[in-house]
Design a protein around this ligand. Structure first.
Ligand code: SIN
Length: 282
């Protein structure tokens, strides 16, 4: 493999990969190094890529196996398994910016996707960053008392919680029929590859904590979210043309920003990779 560099972007969260053309085959040693860096830094930014939708799908296989999005009707024309995010979607006359509050993807699934990735097609001149909050660091810094309190707790994640801070765009009937039963997930899980505990939170999907009243559950989720989204846990990605970013949904929450000129187009191809059932702490 031609020489390439992997450089951390912050101390613990985010690393940049320069010098690989992912339209070409990637050898097994390089695949191993990339997956290793991804497990350590949670967000990998591959610079200077150029993909057609089919090339993008092939490149994604370096990190795992593709998983369909729940909203099957929303895809790149002619490519039913390549999803996209854009700023040109409306619901009841109101613009919807997908992913505008912190969340982890498709946690309503019993085995949620391990990864999500975006590739830049069109970017605004400025703004539209994506923020990533490191849930390992956030967990590590909790008090011993809070760690003990949340260790046995499990939350119910549905497609859209009645307590969600934002409305999703809704599903066509055919997609709705294929939504799996709710995911019941520990509030703290252990990452299967890096072995580290992490908070597993998603206010868009969490509708209840087992054995707890809603008022207490919402207060607890609110307190954990406030803690976990502090700037000290964040890598903030400022997009450049040619960026391909993959993040680990088991290690970070993410959110989009609607702070740019909406007359400019922001459009990125999006794929997800299959994951496994979250592992509770022993
Ligand atoms: C998402 O939640 O996947 C969207 C992130 C973004 O558009 O920055």
């Amino acid at each position: 493999m031609a020489s390439y560099r992997i450089t951390p972007l912050t101390e613990q969260n985010g690393a940049e990969v320069v010098g690989i053309d992912f339209t070409q085959p990637v050898d097994s040693e390089t695949k191993f190094a990339l997956n290793d860096a991804w497990a350590k830094y949670h967000v990998l930014v591959m610079r200077d890529q150029k993909f057609t939708p089919e090339e993008y799908k092939r490149a994604a296989l370096v990190f795992g196996e593709l998983q369909q999005h729940d909203k099957r009707e929303h895809h790149v024309p002619g490519h039913p398994d390549v999803y996209y995010v854009s700023n040109d979607q409306f619901k009841n006359g109101k613009r919807i910016i997908p992913g505008e509050t912190f969340h982890t993807d498709h946690s309503n699934h019993p085995a949620p996707p391990k990864a999500t990735m975006l590739f830049t097609v069109s970017l605004p001149g400025r703004g539209g960053d994506t923020q990533y909050a490191d849930m390992h660091q956030a967990y590590d810094d909790l008090s011993a008392e809070m760690k003990k309190r949340i260790k046995p707790l499990r939350a119910r994640h549905v497609y859209q919680s009645k307590y969600s801070p934002r409305e999703l765009t809704g599903l066509h009937e055919d997609s709705a029929k294929q939504i799996p039963p709710p995911g019941i997930h520990p509030l703290v899980h252990v990452h299967p590859d890096n072995g580290r505990p992490a908070l597993y939170l998603n206010p868009v999907r969490i509708e209840a904590i087992e054995g707890m009243g809603d008022t207490e559950a919402l207060a607890l989720i609110g307190e954990l979210m406030e803690h976990a989204t502090q700037k000290k846990y964040e890598y903030r990605h400022n997009w450049r043309q040619g960026d391909w970013v993959i993040w680990d949904n088991r290690s970070v929450m993410h959110q989009a920003n609607a702070d740019y000129d909406m007359n400019e187009r922001r459009y990125l191809f999006r794929l997800m990779l299959k994951g496994s059932v979250p592992i509770p702490m022993a």
